[in-house]
Design a protein around this ligand. Structure first.
Ligand SMILES: [Zn+2]
Length: 300
């Protein structure tokens, strides 16, 4: 495979791990020369890319989280030194725990952060990042950052499930899909907690790159949209139809307010509007179905 085109390089500058003091060279992705040809965004605001025959599989998300190859402490590069100094011992004591959760999720696939990143180690890096953000101070807004890492992990677990299915690895396929579902649920919970914490002034959202993907920061509007999208996506778990209707009403109210939907003259233009309107319409029609079925029951 000597002919294979390079998609990444190891940076000259060394990064020193604040937890174990190990120094290493961070792997960065090369983006030029047609390596990444952007396609549409999905309803989850994930950027998609054209398949690239020249460079093969490229996973831009896989490089975003810096992981110490020695102790598996992990966070985005910009936050790497922002862990609470008081918690360094705690993180240091959890090395074996971090290795064990990754092992359980990925076995028999070997995860090695000394090697070049791939889809699997990329997904693992987000799981580690969620775990390590628990040791960051509130001023670093760890809750929404855990939410974004959870959502990206869900995306990558979906990609991995598709990949292992092609290789006919049924057991891994089932496992990855299950973890994807757990990650979506975590994302939903962290987004909602982050919203409450922001309202109470405990963890701010401004100044945070809210992504949710790495190609663009959709800001607060994108955050509100994703929170409501996830509340809708996970609402299948709510069996009580009255509670489900309440979830739908709340979603309509919140996104209606932020984006001015439902009041034609006040609709807020912008790159998100069409995607948000699709969610609004879908939730509205489900709500209507519930309301009609409940009315029928009353009439009977
Ligand atoms: Zn380390």
């Amino acid at each position: 495979m000597e002919d294979k085109k390079k998609i990444s390089f190891f940076s000259k500058n060394e990064t020193t791990c604040p937890v174990c003091n190990y120094s290493f060279k961070r792997e960065e992705m090369l983006t030029g020369r047609g390596r990444l040809i952007a396609k549409d965004i999905t309803p989850e605001l994930r950027r998609t890319y054209e398949e690239n025959t020249k460079f093969g599989e490229v996973h831009p998300l896989a490089y975003f989280i810096t992981v110490c190859p020695a102790c598996w402490y992990a966070s985005p590069q910009r936050d790497f030194n922002n862990i609470s100094p008081n918690n360094i011992d705690l993180v240091s004591n959890l090395i074996e725990y971090r290795r064990k959760i990754i092992q359980e999720i990925f076995a028999p696939i070997i995860i090695d952060f000394e090697q070049e990143r791939n889809l699997y180690s990329g997904a693992a890096s987000y799981i580690l990042s969620i775990s390590c953000y628990s040791f960051f101070p509130p001023k670093e807004s760890p809750t929404i950052k855990k939410g974004i890492s959870s959502l990206r992990a869900a995306w990558l677990f979906g990609d991995m499930a598709a990949k292992v299915l092609k290789e006919n690895k049924k057991e891994l396929y089932e496992r990855f899909l299950k973890i994807q579902e757990i990650m979506y649920e975590k994302a939903r919970n962290y987004y909602n907690s982050a919203y409450d914490l922001a309202l109470k002034g405990k963890e701010k959202l401004d100044g945070v790159d809210l992504g949710p993907d790495i190609d663009k920061n959709y800001g607060y509007d994108g955050f509100i949209y994703i929170m409501n999208y996830l509340n809708y996506k996970m609402s299948y778990k709510e069996e009580d139809i009255v509670k489900k209707a309440e979830i739908y009403r709340e979603i309509k109210k919140t996104i209606g307010k932020i984006f001015g939907i439902g009041k034609a003259s006040k609709e807020k233009p912008g790159p998100l509007l069409n995607i948000v309107r699709d969610l609004y319409d879908e939730v509205s029609s489900h709500l209507q179905e519930i309301e009609e079925s409940v009315n029928l029951e009353i009439e009977e």
